[in-house]
Design a protein around this ligand. Sequence first.
Ligand code: PEP
Ligand code: MN
Length: 338
Amino acid sequence: MIIVTNREITNEQWENLCCKLEECGFKTHVIQGVEKKVIGAVGDKRRIDFRFLENIPGVEKVIPILSPYKLVARDAKPEGTTVDVGGVKMGGGFFGVFAGPCAVENREQLLEVAYGLKKAGSGGLRGGAFKPRTSPYSFQGLEEEGLKLLAEARAKTGLPIITELMNLTELDLVNEYTDIIQIGARNMQNFGLLRAVGRQSKPVLLKRGLAATVEEWLMAAEYIMSEGNSQVILCERGIRTFETATRNTLDLSAVALAKSFSHLPVVVDPSHGTGKRRLVLPMAKAAVVAGADGLLIEVHPDPANALSDGEQSLDLPEFEKLMVQINELVKLEGKKIN
Ligand code: PEP
Ligand code: MN
């Protein structure tokens, strides 16, 4: 890292700074400028929170060179990670699709969509049993009843399931039923929850927060990995911007970027990313070409009457069409859809 000192730094402050750097195990190289002194500090700053150096008197700013995450960094596993979710692989040349309703509403709805998804070639089934809704008066999900229905749909179709965990108190319950735990956008920086899912062995799909930078997203993944769970999938689901024509702004450049910074698989959720049914197919196709390792798509047998996110849900014929088109693109990318 580069440490720029301010013009008024005293000899005493300079000595103190050099001592601190040495204590932290850095080798220092001093560059004497006309007005200021700059220190090039060589060592692994990822072991410390380098920002504390900015509080040392005489320091103007600290410019990091290495990323603050280490387990998540591509350098830690240049060949890339493959995560296997109940037989559906993502990453390392494999492409997986998980589709299904925003929320599990009832048995009929879930089984109808699950059979249709299976027929269309979806790898797995998504469905929320605990829903993070903006209003406390909106449908909050069927909770354990929803988890049981998901397990029934899996038993009948063979599709592995993904469902969201919202609270630490529900970890064991959700874990009993799901094949992969989804951490939603709103919980991306719920560090206690991240650590807890890091301590259990099921894979985790980590959605990018509504206003999270790529670095914050990767640091959230680092929390999970630092507890021992390396089965993490990153999910880009759109971020908040000034644009209101779409529900969120789907940041596809973040997909290519995250793939270059990290060895973890990256999947895209074009449903929440756009909030608009007619944009789901084009953005799903764009995601494949941007390097995504999978997709998370909302599908409802009757979107007009969905209890949540109907406006961004595909119906089954639309999903079948998406699968046909995605298949071709995935092949062109040299990946295997499963
Ligand atoms: C969801 O997948 O249904 C969901 C609530 O997603 P997000 O956390 O991305 O809003
Ligand atoms: Mn939804």
